[in-house]
Write a protein that binds this ligand. Structure first.
Ligand code: 13P
Length: 254
């Protein structure tokens, strides 16, 4: 693996302050795996507390607005996340694309706002089952990468190592269905080629993560696969023990 594996827990709309116990346990264990970059993206309400109570793990938001501030009731800006202690933000998750009608154009503007606000950014892409069955998975994901990642001027200004793409096939999220390792390898290869065409050589420094029903059992095979730079973990990140088993699998691959 060319980069330090990056294992990110996306807590989605889960977690009250009681979950800080899990965050602290994850933090203690992450400190013992310096070869792995570990991060948590709790709901907005816990970003500050997770950032305050952890040292070895990064803290991120799960979305940000395109603007730095203003009349946008219910939204949170990248600058606000940074002020709360976040160092990155996830944008374009398929659940936001589905629940909030987010388009590639909007996701791109959010990703650019994240970089401008001093945050790292994880941009999510992934095909639906219908698109995969129709043989369109690579075309769909390639298009999403081109249209959702920061434009060259913004991306070039940022350190490309602050950017990551998470390949999350929609049909693998929360379903227990994992993409076949050979399909993950093929897709990560297509994403890397697209990144190189977008950013030139610096496209090599953008991490590509896999997400979709990653757990303690399948993590080792997925993380050992060619071109997989880490994992974006949903359900299995809600519990320190199952998340740390994935971190341990990454450590053995590092
Ligand atoms: P699950 O790991 O629960 O399938 O969720 C994946 C995901 O959407 C991470 O962002």
């Amino acid at each position: 693996m060319p980069h330090r594996p990056y294992i990110v827990g996306n807590w989605k709309m889960n977690g009250t302050r009681a979950m800080l116990t899990e965050a602290r346990a994850i933090d203690r264990a992450a400190a013992r795996h310096p070869g792995v970059q570990v991060a948590l993206a709790p709901p907005f309400t816990l970003v500050h507390a997770v950032a305050e109570e952890t040292q070895a793990v990064g803290t991120g938001g799960q979305d940000c607005h395109t603007a730095a501030k203003g009349a946008h009731t219910g939204d949170v800006s990248a600058a606000m996340l940074a002020d709360a202690g976040a160092d990155f933000v996830i944008v374009g998750h398929s659940e936001r694309r589905r629940d909030h009608g987010e388009t590639d154009t909007l996701v791109q503007a959010k990703a650019e706002a994240a970089l401008a606000g001093g945050l790292g950014v994880i941009v999510c892409v992934g095909e639906t089952l219908a698109e995969r069955d129709a043989g369109k998975a690579e075309a769909v994901v390639t298009m999403q990468v081109k249209a959702s990642l920061p434009k060259l001027d913004e991306g070039a200004k940022a350190n490309p190592a602050r950017m990551a793409v998470a390949y999350e096939p929609v049909w693998a999220i929360g379903t227990g269905r994992v993409a076949a390792v050979e399909d993950v390898v093929a897709m990560h290869g297509a994403i890397r080629a697209t990144l190189l065409s977008l950013y030139g050589e610096s496209g090599a420094a953008v991490r590509i993560l896999y997400g979709g029903s990653v757990n303690a059992e399948n993590a080792r095979d997925l993380l050992a696969a060619d071109g997989v730079g880490g994992a974006l973990v949903g359900g299995a990140s809600l519990n320190a023990e199952s998340f740390l088993a994935i971190v341990a699998a990454a450590a053995s691959e590092a």
